[in-house]
Design a protein around this ligand. Structure first.
Ligand code: CA
Length: 225
């Protein structure tokens, strides 16, 4: 799937050059030449990454970035800065930019930064499992129900992660035992009921609706009702 990149740069020649280079790398590119059109283009097209020149007519790249963040956008932002603006880069990072590249830059450097940021987004997506207001991060092993942090033991986490893998799918007790407890599990198979009960207690502690459902005679599924 080709990533969509927004470029906001008022130097037409430079904008054209970057656009062509990005295009030949297989990226889909949208270009704006001033801050305000850059902002509306960012909101309309929801790009995977934005490259913003710092000094732009109308709205600076930093201001544009700040406005995007203010509305909750998490798009990775790379700022293009002139050498004499470098001392001011903290302002850019404070505004929520992820990175900056100092002009004049080599196109290889810019491409490398772009790849790194897109890869990071991709990995973050793979780490995060979500269903309704429940979210689980595989890398940090954090679990949230809305804004509420849910503390789980290692096994509870593994069980929930397994169920969240494919919401609405019914997992049989054998599948769960094998995947969460392992082939060599010799204990009581009631262990699943026990852990599902623990999980429900924690996930529904504040009266939230049930998400882990028993499918009688078969097993368990994560679903709305
Ligand atoms: Ca400029």
């Amino acid at each position: 799937m080709c990533a969509h990149i927004l470029l906001v740069e008022d130097e037409a020649k430079l904008a054209r050059f970057i656009e062509l280079e990005l295009g030949s790398e297989g990226y889909q590119v949208s270009v704006a030449y001033d801050g305000m059109s850059g902002l509306s283009l960012a909101r309309e097209s929801e790009p995977d990454l934005a490259i913003l020149d710092w000094m732009l007519p109308g709205l600076t790249g930093v201001e544009l970035c700040r406005q995007l963040r203010a509305t909750g956008s998490k798009v990775p932002v790379i700022l293009l800065t002139a050498r004499d603006e470098v001392s001011d880069r903290v302002t850019g990072l404070d505004a929520g930019a992820d990175d900056y590249v100092v002009k004049p830059f080599s196109i290889e450097e810019l491409l490398a930064r772009i790849r790194a940021h897109l890869r990071r987004t991709h990995e973050a997506d793979e780490d995060l499992l979500q269903f309704e207001d429940l979210s689980l991060n595989r890398r940090t092993r954090e679990v949230f129900r809305g804004q509420r942090v849910i503390e789980l033991t290692a096994k509870e986490f593994d069980l929930l992660e397994y169920l969240m893998h494919s919401p609405r799918q019914v997992y049989t007790r054998d599948q769960i035992l094998e995947k969460v407890w392992g082939y060599d599990f010799m204990g009581d198979s009631n262990i699943i009921e026990v852990y599902v009960r623990y999980l429900r207690l924690k996930l529904e502690k504040q009266g939230e609706k049930r998400l882990i459902h028993t499918v009688r005679g078969v097993g368990y599924a994560l679903r709305e009702h």
